[in-house]
Ligand binder design. Structure first.
Ligand code: MN
Ligand code: MN
Ligand code: MN
Length: 285
């Protein structure tokens, strides 16, 4: 069996709904997962579990195994990281309390971005972003979409590059919860803490090694092997770090909606015989 190819895993442990910056409602997301033949789907909205009840109902109806999850922004030194809490108890008070605190920080940041855009003369985009978020977890993606809708930017990518990134005129750094607090809250909810898209933080290799050491020492369980289109050397870096530090791997598409670059269920390929975070979740029989 050792030489058999890696089977296609019908599993997606990173996705967004309209509860944060995704385009599909939790129900539509689960319907799509069923249509794509996914055996398991984790809903991981930014800093909120508010889509979970609706997703759970739809999952029951469509025979999809729903893994309750959340993607939590976390501050490590001067860097903003994204930590996935997977297989969490959505009723956990400790986690809900942490996310409540984060929500206040997030909405303060959103208002500060809106104020900056207004001062830059893009008041319509600011209003549009608040409208688009519709009371959901407000993030920079909403501002990017609003800047496109109001014809300030030709694409969301351009909106980020010109206005929303660190160092750009409408950037506001988030006052996020610390990495330590985030991992503790995920653990308090019985979940696995997984560093999302590890190659997307624009940090040096040395800092990446330091981060993984810190993440593991805080009891973090895994590294996401994502996004789907990784370079070979990026795959090597993630898999190597996971093996060196006893971390499992996770797979997810980071799906935000139809028409975006990545489709639901589209993940990287898992190398054979690597530890995975879902080992003990009973997903496959
Ligand atoms: Mn997002
Ligand atoms: Mn992310
Ligand atoms: Mn995400």
């Amino acid at each position: 069996m050792a030489s058999s190819p890696t089977p296609t895993l019908a599993i997606d442990l990173h996705s967004h709904s309209t509860a944060s910056d995704g385009l599909l409602s939790p129900t539509e997301l689960v319907q799509r997962a069923a249509r794509e033949g996914l055996a398991a789907l984790a809903l991981t909205d930014h800093d909120t579990l508010s889509g979970m009840a609706e997703a759970a109902l739809a999952a029951q109806e469509h025979g999809v195994r729903l893994i309750p999850g959340v993607e939590v922004s976390a501050l490590w030194e001067s860097h903003t990281l994204h930590v996935l809490g997977l297989n969490v108890d959505p009723e956990s008070e400790a986690l809900q309390q942490a996310l409540g605190e984060q929500g206040r920080l997030r909405s303060a940041r959103g208002q500060a971005i809106a104020a900056k855009l207004r001062r830059l003369g893009f008041g319509a985009a600011a209003d549009r972003a608040l409208h688009l978020s519709g009371g959901a977890s407000l993030g920079r993606a909403h501002f990017a979409r609003a800047l496109v809708d109001t014809r300030v930017a030709a694409s969301e990518e351009t909106a980020f590059r010109r206005l929303l990134r660190p160092g750009k005129p409408a950037y506001v750094s988030g006052g996020w919860l610390t990495l330590e607090k985030v991992i503790a809250a995920i653990h308090a909810a019985g979940g696995a803490a997984v560093l999302a898209h590890p190659m997307r933080y624009h940090i040096s290799q040395t800092n990446f090694r330091r981060l993984v050491v810190r993440f593991a020492s805080l009891g973090g369980q895994g590294l996401e092997l994502g996004p789907a289109r990784l370079k070979l050397e990026e795959i090597d870096a993630i898999v190597g770090a996971s093996l060196r530090h006893g971390l499992g791997l996770s797979l997810g598409s980071d799906f935000h909606g139809p028409g975006h670059a990545i489709e639901l269920g589209q993940t990287a390929r898992l190398p054979p015989r690597v530890p995975v975070v879902w080992q003990d979740w009973g997903l496959f029989g």
